[in-house]
Design a protein around this ligand. Sequence first.
Ligand code: ADP
Ligand code: ZN
Ligand code: ZN
Length: 759
Amino acid sequence: MIYASVVLDIPTRAIDGAFDYALPPELADTVRVGSTVLVPLGNRQVVGYVVALSEEPPAGIDPAKTKPVSQDLAAPAFDEGAAAVARWMAREYACPLADAVRPFLAPGQKVKVVRDAPGEPWRLVQDSTGAVDERWAGLTPAAADFAPKKNAPRQRAVIEALAQGPQRVAELAATIPGAVSAVTALAKRGVVAVETRRHVRGGAEATSLSSAQAPRPKQLTAGQKAALAVIDAALEAGAGDVVLVDGVTGSGKTEVYLDAIEHALAAGRGALVLVPEISLTAQTVGRFRSRFGDDVAVLHSRLSAGERFDQWDLVRQGEARVVVGARSALFAPLADPGLIIIDEEHEGSYKQDKSPRYHAREVAARMARERGCALVLGSATPSLESLGRCRDGEYRGVKWTRVAMPERPGASRLPEVRVIDMAEQFRGGGRSVFSAPLADALRETVGRGEKAVLMLNRRGFANFLMCRECGCVPECPHCSCALTYHERGHSLVCHTCGRCWPVRAYPDPSCSCPNCGSRYMGAYGVGTQRVEDELRMILPEGVQVIRMDADTTRAKGAHQKLLEAFDAADSAVLVGTQMIAKGLDFPEVTLVGVINADTMLKLPDFRAAERTYDLLEQVAGRAGRGERPGQVIVQTYWATHPAMRAVEGHDRELEDAGYPPFSRLGNVVLWGRSDKDTRAASAKVAETIRENVTGQAGWEVLGPTDCVKARAKDFFRRHVMVKAPVDADLGGVLGAAAASLGAPKGINMSVDIDAYDMM
Ligand code: ADP
Ligand code: ZN
Ligand code: ZN
């Protein structure tokens, strides 16, 4: 008898972990590790995933009492190595094991089962229609001797069309009326053969972007060679070593990835490449496809369910050995990865914001160790975590090595950055969204027939008040973080300690800045539309202005079309939100302007400075990638902030010195319809954690307090934040506290380890 260890997919923390079932002989051939199965639980049938098989009865289990697996529902989606990673995730991120297994399943697979009638087998509900088959028609050798009758013009047309090569029957039918019956008639005579071919959705999107090609450079730079050598060594060692490629924007990191992948493929292994969702453009994908062709599968959320399934299935079938995708591509069923690459590893989007709340960098490191491959992290602004681990030389038992690529290849140089104090501009009478230096630079740039990129920072667009004259943002005197402005209640609220003050904001005549007394203290922010309008006013007529934001990119492919228009224009300005900061490689861009650099600095987020710096350095890197030098103008109300000084000098060391030592941060959020019950539950969680960690160095429990979003959909939201030392078992502690609360009625809870979103 074979025994299967099955993770049940039921939404409760109360039944967690894997349970043992017997595998009946009729299922022994098909059910493997990674299979989705139906198993009995009490008097119900539930969906589960097989994470292990064994021929021995598991310890402490009575074989006679072990219930059998009822049904096989879906083919294996993962293997033992993946199951081990899922177990680690469940512990590390304090989430149910089923949540940790789910990312490994086929895209579109649901937990729900249906059947046609009682007694019939159950089927899984699938988002997609699964694989799509298509009928193709082609001429047989017999066609050479065949002449269609005079009164059969359709047959003649079909034969003529097929003389060019096989075609999809659906396509024939679209151009030749009656083609379907003509094909059937010809097939009967043996003149045409019809076969069913697998149609793979989500393949290459054609693009006219010149930069979507990756011609091999004549020679690698010294930095590129050094980076490749370290990566090759890690690939060979096969021990999960991590290589941090710390290269300035445009230093040729992508080229290093391409060569490293080539080496992995030559060694008979595959590669997983993660890039931020937002930069998964035709440009990025094109560079990988132009080097590896059909060996590339692409996975991201803008694909339809069917497309995602097909691309995933290509990987499972072993037909694509290079997977390029966003965060979730890490879980693609690639049989033998030799290399995992994470580009822009510092990016916040690698942190998943719903359960399992994993960070792709950490899971990748674990996976690399499990599978004996190398992990390559690339960034112009590496995370403080990665820099720290490289400084130590190791982390969690594997080697971490940093290689620097401080220069761009050839004649290209890093752009010059100027920081403009907007409060000073305002005091000097400037009321435009453009400072005088930025307006001048824009006119000069388009005057020379070059291109400019303008970024309007809308990330983390919290409500706060700001004085236009002195740049002051009211802060909590007890917690030194920006106060959130509640327009309806005319109040300022601290979301760390919960204190609250009444306030009058501009245009109320009694408005007065606590710092300078100005009456221009109001809610802060402009939209892309306003930037576009003002831009048209200051630029000569005929200069193309292309706006890229959530509104203009909603339609499928819109993003790419806008970039193609920008690429094709002689001289143009691209205005966009932070979606334009990454990955764009247009050599003719010589000016980058940042309209408002500060929004994130005002968030109740201890990573705010780091994230602001990262984003500015990224967008600055879009300028001067070609032979002509680039310039960057950053507008801020906080010109003395260390993050601004750091971008000005492209000097990250400054930032390292100016920030508090890094620690881990966990966030437990509780929400319920009853304010009282939510308060009680959050207090109990905080108390349990405090009991567990008192006296331990480096631990700090904050709260409970209301969340920044204190109410959402009639739920009251409270949270407890926990700071811990870098090597602490934060998942273990918070997981235990969550479990000890049990399942109080009407209370929901999420545990977020290494949290990014504190709202
Ligand atoms: P990054 O990923 O670090 O931002 P890219 O790989 O996009 O940099 O390279 C920037 C530009 O430099 C690209 O246009 C690329 O084709 C070019 N490039 C990369 N390596 C070399 C090289 N060794 N010689 C010449 N050009 C190079
Ligand atoms: Zn406070
Ligand atoms: Zn002021």
